[in-house]
Design a protein around this ligand. Structure first.
Ligand SMILES: CC(C)(COP(=O)(O)OP(=O)(O)OC[C@H]1O[C@@H](n2cnc3c(N)ncnc32)[C@H](O)[C@@H]1OP(=O)(O)O)[C@@H](O)C(=O)NCCC(=O)NCCS
Length: 359
């Protein structure tokens, strides 16, 4: 049967006949995560994917599916900043293992590139995941990114596929995990010492869940807008993200809509601005949490605020959600300062995320 490549329709609600294709896309995502990692900790639920579409005023999303009859065998996911100045589309692409090397990935990629062109974007940034346990022997040929020391075995399928389509390796991100069970007391006592030190410098800690307090929302938006500018970019083009209070509220709405809980810990400077913040995302009914953004704003670096905010959030996680035993995080391999904090906390590498780019 010929393979059909077509956009995945976005339904108004799940559990309806109109939602079937969209739900298939989420199901295939679970299968692809299992094939990559041997677990489905990173898979998005259909509810989370739908929430991203329902809250898309600032960030666009689209899925393209590859169909063998009624079965989705591959998918391409696109995301882009809606800002007029943006130039990139971010892409995730996956094909069921038994359907690989039959040209399906290439057809999905061509459709994604067409969509990017229609959006007026000149650059595609694509991601691939590589579990350490699955990687090829360390003594074979490797690829390196423009910055950092990590090396990706050149034999992984994504590397062959990227090379065949003119994509360069732009960055390697270290994927790490931290077992948090049993560490509540340790986090809490270290936090107390560090909080006293930060207070003496005039900083105060603020913690919130899901909804940013109104008095902090503008300061939080200002800090969030710095994230895309300050994170190490390696060879990647990263579009600026414009954040204001409305975008913060939209993102909070998206998280709640998709069943995710957000734990935010922030350090507030004496002038009321946010000196730094960190976030943990808690997907519904899972035993994991994701350490997402952490940022300390330039002039406030060097005072231990990155470690302070992370510890505050981890201490809280172990207290409010003891069923979450593992925290995952992603860091550019060249991001020495962030990695130093994470290694000190006990995070250990479990794989790499490769970032490929073609202009
Ligand atoms: C990467 C991936 C999407 C490729 O899908 P696919 O349907 O097998 O790709 P295609 O059949 O269109 O392959 C096109 C070309 O890419 C190259 N390629 C694909 N897989 C390869 C592999 N395992 N080793 C070396 N080259 C490979 C080849 O040049 C191939 O052409 P050929 O088969 O005529 O030699 C698929 O392996 C996959 O889903 N991997 C896991 C997810 C992933 O890594 N996605 C990120 C992509 S950047």
């Amino acid at each position: 049967m010929p393979i059909d490549i077509r956009p995945v329709a976005v339904p108004d609600a799940l559990g309806t006949p109109a939602a079937r294709e969209f739900e298939s896309s989420a199901e295939l995502g679970v299968e692809l995560e299992r094939a990559n990692w041997g677990h489905e900790d990173f898979a998005y639920s259909a509810a989370e994917l739908l929430a991203a579409h329902r809250n898309d005023r600032h960030r666009g999303h689209a899925w393209i599916g590859a169909w063998d009859g009624d079965t989705m065998i591959g998918r391409a996911g696109l995301e882009w900043e809606r800002d007029a100045g943006a130039s990139t589309v971010e892409l995730t692409l996956g094909v069921q293992p038994r359907h690989r090397r039959q040209g399906v990935g290439s057809r999905l990629l061509a459709a994604a590139e067409d969509a990017a062109r229609d959006l007026g974007r000149s650059t595609i940034v694509a991601y691939s995941d590589h579990a350490d346990a699955e990687s090829a022997p360390a003594d074979g040929p490797v690829l390196r990114a423009p910055e950092g020391d990590a090396a990706l075995p050149a034999s992984v399928p994504a590397a062959g596929f990227a090379a065949a389509h003119g994509y360069d390796l732009a960055q390697l991100e270290r994927v790490s995990s931290l077992v948090v069970s049993g560490r509540a007391d340790e986090f809490r006592s270290e936090l107390d010492t560090r909080t006293a030190r930060a207070n003496a410098l005039g900083y105060r800690l603020e913690l919130w869940t899901d909804r940013t307090p109104a008095r902090l929302v503008d300061a939080y938006a200002a800090a969030r807008g710095r994230m895309a500018l300050d994170v190490p970019a390696g060879g990647i083009t990263i579009d600026e993200e414009r954040w204001d209070a409305a975008r913060v509220r939209e993102r909070e709405g998206e998280s709640l809509d998709g069943g995710r809980t957000l734990l935010v810990a922030a350090a507030v400077a004496p002038n009321g601005s946010l000196a730094g913040y960190t976030e943990l995302e808690l997907p519904l009914e899972r035993e994991v949490a994701f350490q997402s953004d952490t940022l300390v704003v330039g002039p406030h670096r060097g005072h231990g605020l990155g470690m302070l905010t992370k510890l505050a959030n981890l201490a809280r996680l172990t207290e409010v959600a003891p069923e979450r035993t593992v925290v995952y995080t992603w860091n550019a391999d060249e991001n020495d300062h962030m990695l130093a904090i994470n290694v000190a906390l006990g995070f250990r590498r479990c794989g790499l995320e490769a970032v490929w780019q073609r202009d």
